[in-house]
Design a protein around this ligand. Structure first.
Ligand code: FDP
Length: 323
């Protein structure tokens, strides 16, 4: 079964045709992005273009081109706001639009030249007259979210709030359904964190990691393994498939007081998927999806994965209520 057949025959209301049309259009954009990345003629895609995006990250050619591709594919959809990592502010598509989208057109761009997996992340909200900026709502209000991974295989993870689906792109440009109900194993022994930041983490993170790696021997005799790709989409896909815990906490660096990842177009869409797959996503304390974003590019500490392991983290990390 491919994505189009699935959309036409298997998705029931309350998902409107307009919403499904947006998802289909993003999937066409992802096919184009995948071809672009796979094209040997485009050796220039990892080049810095000399500017810094709204987040303060160096912008590469591929960041800009993916944003243009996505915008082009979405422009005729029933969308009011287009909110992208690559734009300074939300872009108004159509005043009467029924939905709004937040998107990171190219996640993991520091990995482009190494041929490690990179991706596209998106979340879709229904327009709500109570909000002047639809995308500044809690993630709990998301109608759909998903991400593409451009790795050895191009994969698409999607939720419409009723479980998590996994598709793989075939040679005929069709996304084929591989799994219609991904569930994250609740237990894990796999850790995913950028260890080079150890000395600048808050104590709650150090306490937990020290127990995982046996510096502090008071935890169970479970032995952990570490996997860190450094592309959120790739680390998240691994956790969806075989469990694990991902952590990008705040740290002592300037600008990292609230971590590195962005609430609106990274943490919220990913957390919706994780929750739909039976996992947990928190900022160290609160559910990510319960947070109220104040601005488009705001950052948030992000910890997600196997539900039992997050409980273990909370028990150890929040010892005596201390962070
Ligand atoms: P990138 O900067 O390469 O786009 O959100 C961006 C992100 O990658 C995530 O995909 C990844 O998890 C994280 O940043 C990696 O950050 P560090 O380089 O600080 O480890």
């Amino acid at each position: 079964m491919n994505l189009q057949n699935f959309i036409n025959n298997e998705i029931e209301s309350p998902n409107s045709n307009e919403l499904l049309n947006i998802i289909e259009s993003i999937s066409f954009a992802a096919i184009k992005i995948s071809k672009l990345i796979f094209s040997p003629e485009r050796k220039d895609l990892d080049q810095n273009i000399g500017s810094i995006n709204a987040d303060g990250d160096k912008t590469k050619k591929l960041d800009i081109e993916t944003d243009l591709i996505v915008k082009q594919h979405l422009k005729d959809c029933n969308l009011k706001w287009y909110a992208s990592e690559e734009e300074n502010a939300e872009v108004l598509f159509n005043k009467q639009g029924k939905y709004s989208i937040c998107i990171d057109p190219l996640d993991g761009s520091s990995n482009i030249e190494t041929n490690a997996p990179i991706g596209t992340i998106f979340g879709i909200y229904a327009e709500d007259p109570n909000y002047s900026k639809t995308i500044l709502q809690k993630g709990d209000k998301l109608k759909a979210s998903g991400f593409f991974v451009y790795g050895p295989r191009t994969m698409f993870v999607l939720t419409l709030g009723n479980g998590v689906l996994l598709f793989q792109l075939n040679n005929e440009d069709k996304f084929i359904l591989l799994d219609r109900s991904i569930i994250i194993p609740p237990n894990t022994n796999e850790l995913s964190i950028n260890f080079s930041n150890y000395t600048i983490w808050p104590n709650s993170i150090k306490r937990y990691i020290d127990k995982c790696i046996g510096v502090d021997k008071t935890m169970s005799n479970k032995s952990y393994n570490m996997r860190w790709i450094g592309s959120l989409v790739a680390d998240c896909l691994r956790i969806l498939i075989r469990g694990g815990i991902f952590m990008y906490p705040e740290d002592a660096r300037k600008g990292y007081e609230k971590g590195r990842l962005r609430l609106v177009y990274e943490a919220n869409p990913i957390s919706f998927i994780i929750q739909q797959a039976g996992g947990t996503a928190i900022d160290g304390k609160n559910r990510i999806l319960s947070l109220h974003p104040k601005k488009l590019h705001e950052r948030v500490p992000l910890i997600f994965g196997s539900s039992d392991e997050i409980k273990t983290f909370l028990k150890i990390g929040m010892l005596n209520g201390k962070k």
